[in-house]
Design a protein around this ligand. Structure first.
Ligand SMILES: [Zn+2]
Length: 329
């Protein structure tokens, strides 16, 4: 994702991916120590297990198990960097599919290829489809690819929201509501080089275009996107391009559940997978942590130690309750 409001960041990000530009680059307005002082990736990947002691009991978060979600982040991180088209992302895809099948979910995959600044890359969207009784679909979504940067494992950016959706799938796949619930795991959200309309959101653009062609797009009542939702000190701000009624749904739900301390009434703006659906008229909201101020966005410091089982569980609770609200309409 990127920000409308901080255009300079894109230029900084470009600098940061130049082969000689990594050391000492600024990725997000905060000083980045660069790769020179970074431990080799093997050390990052084998760092001591992080604690999940902060996870609330699942009975307090609508059944959502923060420890399970945390373990899904750890597993994704264990595959190492997994940008679109890499051997590692194939392992992530296998992991997602085997988890989803173990929950009894019906899963569809869409393998496609995209022209990118690095050439044509294979990509794969994975979509869980839970049937409903009436026409209408509630769509949930995440991206599971990681940005192509040296030593970047994307624990929060890619890993956290994907973990959230896996745990939601475990809880929702056995249920049948009034409306269908689809859970999309998008490939190719991240820009291969520098964020632009054509170099970003490959997976969500692919899915929205296919649904438009098939006529199913108009069945989607709401699209709830999660991204960067696992940070230890995460704060969530109202994303300004999102559909106001859905922002209100999320924020009213979080207030009702007692989470107003982290869902703040301040605005931010982000370009993200919700744009692929907003541009086609689907009501959409991006629930996204305040990435501009987390200190590790799009840096090799986006590692497992930044992730909190409690933050994951709070978001899980908010998503579960928000889906319930949408099912009652
Ligand atoms: Zn990102």
């Amino acid at each position: 994702m990127t920000s409308f409001s901080k255009l300079f960041l894109r230029a900084a990000a470009v600098l940061c991916i130049l082969p000689t530009g990594l050391t000492g680059c600024k990725a997000n307005g905060h000083e980045s120590p660069g790769t020179a002082s970074q431990p080799p990736l093997a050390n990052v990947a084998t760092a001591p297990p992080q604690t999940t002691d902060d996870a609330p009991p699942s009975e307090k978060t609508g059944g959502f198990d923060g420890k399970r979600a945390f373990a899904h982040v750890a597993k994704q991180v264990s595959f190492g960097p997994h940008p679109s088209g890499s051997p590692a992302i194939a392992q992530v895809q296998e992991y997602l599919l085997s988890e989803l099948k173990s929950y009894g979910c019906t899963v569809e995959t869409d393998a496609f290829s995209s022209d990118t600044p690095a050439g044509r890359l294979p990509m794969k969207n994975i979509v869980v489809k839970i049937p409903g009784e009436k026409p209408g679909v509630i769509l949930l979504g995440t991206h599971y690819d990681t940005k192509k940067l040296d030593n970047f494992v994307g624990a929060d950016d890619g890993g956290s929201s994907t973990a959230l959706m896996l745990e939601l799938a475990r809880l929702l796949c056995p249920q049948h509501g009034k409306y269908a619930v689809w859970i999309a795991f998008f490939d190719g959200e991240e820009a291969v080089k520098a964020w632009s309309e054509s170099d970003s959101r490959y997976g969500s653009r692919q899915m929205a275009a296919r649904l438009s062609t098939s006529g199913d797009l108009k069945k989607i009542k709401a699209f709830l996107l999660a991204d960067i939702v696992g940070g230890r000190n995460a704060r969530f701000l109202r994303e300004s391009s999102s559909t106001p009624a859905l922002v209100d749904l999320i924020w009213n739900t979080s207030a009702k559940l007692g989470y107003s301390n982290i869902f703040l009434n301040e605005a931010t703006s982000a370009e993200d997978d919700h744009d692929s659906f907003l541009k086609r008229g689907v009501p959409s909201v991006d629930v996204i942590g305040d990435f501009l101020n987390n200190g590790y966005w799009h840096t090799p410091q986006d590692t497992l130690d930044k992730i909190s089982a409690k933050t994951l569980a709070i978001n899980g609770h908010v998503f579960l309750e928000s889906v319930k609200q949408l099912q009652s309409k």
